[in-house]
Design a protein around this ligand. Sequence first.
Ligand code: AMP
Length: 504
Amino acid sequence: MTIPHHDWIAHHAAYAPESLAQVDLHSGRRFTYRQMHERVQRLASFLRNQCGVRKGDRVATLCHNSTDGFEILFAAQRAGAIELPLNWRLAVPELEFILKDAEPVALIYSEEFAPQVEALRGRLSIPHLILKREGEPSDYEAAIDAGIDPFEPEAATLDDVWMLIYTSGTTGRPKGAQLTYGNHFFNDVNAAMKAELTVRSHCLVYLPLFHVGGICVYAIPLFHFGGTVTVMRQFDAARALALLADPASGITHAFGVPTNFLFMSQLPAFADARFDHLVTVGVGGAPSPLALLELCASKGMPLTQAWGMTETATLGTFLSKEMALAKIGSSGQPVLHAALRIVDGEGTDVGAGVVGELLIKGPTITPGYWRREEVNKVALADGWLRTGDAAYVDADGYYFIVDRWKDMFISGGENVYPAEVEDAIYRLEGVGECAVIGVADERWGQVGRAFVVVKPGAALDEAGVLGHCLANLARYKVPKSVRFVAELPHNATGKILKHELPRD
Ligand code: AMP
């Protein structure tokens, strides 16, 4: 059965035209659904009539977060295009690789990325380059002004691809995960049920809009419902904290990676902040230190741990607020529209409490990576996505993500999951941030090395960190060395880039 996909923005513009759709914190712009619909329609008309965008063509963006990002997503939909949001942290050769792989017909970019676009111009040919300046006069605003030609939006089905999102590529060449309207629709349903989204919900978005964290939790689900999305240009811990702690801001929902909450929690204003008025604050995308979850919960933050991936249009599991402390450390139970398995190296299902690789199947799972048929045969065999995550399920059916398989190391024949070691280190007073990796060792094969950022004003030394680990962890898990660093490398989403930490 081919199920049509409907135009949500057009629907809300007709049903509740004066409802607030989006707020752009950086430029101060605010758009009702009527205004958003008009801008989306004009941009789609421009893309179709003046750029010649046809069904299945790619339209790329290289921009900091703004409300324009969502206009472009919905305009691409109306023009039948696949939106390709580029990671603005990538170097020119990395961007070139992706652009050659995806072959977009148009690239919309913010002024601050003009040097990258200039460099790319000599390396590949993209028919339409559109400059934008967040509401200021630019090619982009001119395109919206010019998009007045009659235009019939492209009919879409749930099987059509809406977005192409390249995964970070830390394990090889980046791959474009295709996400369909159906993937998003079912993620919207899953998210709404678990995060209690309604037409009255208002989400603060600070994760980048080139990542599912910024797109799918909970912006796209809220556009489905006709709720409100406030967009922050880049994560600003002080501003995010102020908005989340202030009931008058109207914000009801947010989602972040652990680093977002870690940085907010280290601000002086956090000491007096309360978050009881919020409906749901999701945390996921990387292992969360338990001490951080406990601290946020003590401030009344309705924290919900979740696990998901780009390839799953975000949510695969969700831990309810009610169980947040009882099952602390768990990423929760499978969302309604997903099936999960945990298998050993031979692909055989393992029992409760046994660590294996997490597999997931369901309507939110990507139909495959763009132009990677051979990879897809392995990564999505029988429709089960191999996540690369080590996990176990407890006797009550709650899933625990232990770590990435590739981050696990073997010391003296024993598996060590760095996330568990980091969790212990975070409990030591004075630790601002930490990361543990396995490094080569003549005697044990591999041993742990901890990288620690000390909080301002605190004093820590190697013996103190190692002594704390020895008191709290089995000896084989205790790192053999500690390096104190000023900061850890993060990607634009805020996840720690462990492969950039020195192993020599
Ligand atoms: P990405 O596709 O960039 O969003 O990365 C997805 C990966 O983030 C997953 O495969 C996990 O390794 C990690 N991840 C997501 N959620 C969690 C979580 N709740 N706990 C631990 N790791 C997570």
